[in-house]
Design a protein around this ligand. Structure first.
Ligand SMILES: NC(=O)c1ccc[n+]([C@@H]2O[C@H](COP(=O)([O-])OP(=O)(O)OC[C@H]3O[C@@H](n4cnc5c(N)ncnc54)[C@H](OP(=O)(O)O)[C@@H]3O)[C@@H](O)[C@H]2O)c1
Length: 241
């Protein structure tokens, strides 16, 4: 399935990678692009519908489901990253609330629509799911959890015809990485690589030069093989909701 003539929801769509994903979806001929944001958003393209969508707000998530009605692609992109040193539990909780439970809440709510369409879920995770940077350990913990969640979703939803992709994004030039003086990919190139990866059916997408350097060893490695082995056990497990 390619995105042309399809409907897509992008969370965190007002800036950074989310904004680039909206533009790339439009460029690829999406029929309808829902842009989930916390603030107001106006877009010149008539295919874009702005939606108030704080991913930690259950009422807003439910309202978005009712407004959208049918959906082919859900892109869980909204995220936060704060500097910390794990000394403050509330910082870890904040990251989990947005990056893990926000992704979980939006996904659960849209699952009936995605099951109906035989749709696709794309979770913008992070390379830090594999290895933390010491400046943002709480962020890395939340992304490791979100990656593991994505792997479970993939196994559990395969039987329902819903595809699930993880994006192991590396350094990208957005507000989130403003403090890091390192080589960064552009959000536009990352958005293109994400849709290319989805089109190619890549379970795990490595959309920038740094993350791409890990792709071969990950895809051909023993951990990925074990993921497939475990996923094959899911057959008899009933999935609710
Ligand atoms: N940039 C990187 O190097 C990099 C690397 C790996 C992974 N990622 C991941 O890529 C995703 C996008 O990051 P980015 O680099 O584009 O960061 P960004 O420029 O800081 O944008 C973050 C986006 O998430 C939104 N957001 C934050 N909390 C939210 C909430 N509770 N509900 C709804 N939206 C919320 C923000 O909305 P507001 O404008 O309202 O704050 C904003 O649209 C994140 O999940 C991030 O972890 C980024």
């Amino acid at each position: 399935m390619t995105i042309a003539d399809k409907s897509v929801l992008v969370t965190g769509a007002n800036r950074g990678i989310g904004q680039a994903l909206v533009e790339e979806a439009l460029r690829r001929g999406a029929k309808q692009v829902y842009a989930g944001t916390r603030g107001p958003l106006v877009h010149a393209d008539g295919r874009v519908t702005a939606l108030a969508l704080d991913v930690t707000d259950a009422a807003q998530i439910q309202a978005a489901v009712e407004r959208i009605g049918s959906l082919d692609y859900l892109i869980n992109n909204a995220g936060i990253a704060l500097y910390d040193d794990l000394s403050d539990r509330s910082v870890l909780e904040q990251h989990l609330a947005v990056n893990l439970f926000g992704t979980y809440g939006v996904t659960q709510a849209f699952l009936p629509l995605l099951t109906r369409s035989g749709g696709t879920i794309v979770n913008n995770v992070s390379m830090m799911a594999f290895v933390p940077l010491p400046f943002t350990p709480a962020y890395a913990i939340s992304k490791a959890a979100t990656f593991n969640y994505t792997q479970s979703l993939r196994a559990l939803l395969a039987g329902r015809g819903v595809k699930v992709h993880a994006v192991l994004t590396g350094p990208t030039d957005t507000d989130m990485t403003r403090g890091f003086d390192i080589p960064k990919a552009s959000p536009e190139s990352v958005a293109r690589a994400i849709f290319d990866g989805v089109d190619k059916g890549e379970e795990d997408i490595f959309p920038d030069p740094l993350s791409a350097s890990l792709s071969q060893s990950w895809r051909n490695g023993p951990v990925k093989a074990l993921e497939h082995e475990y996923a094959a056990l899911v057959g008899a497990v009933p999935v609710t909701s």
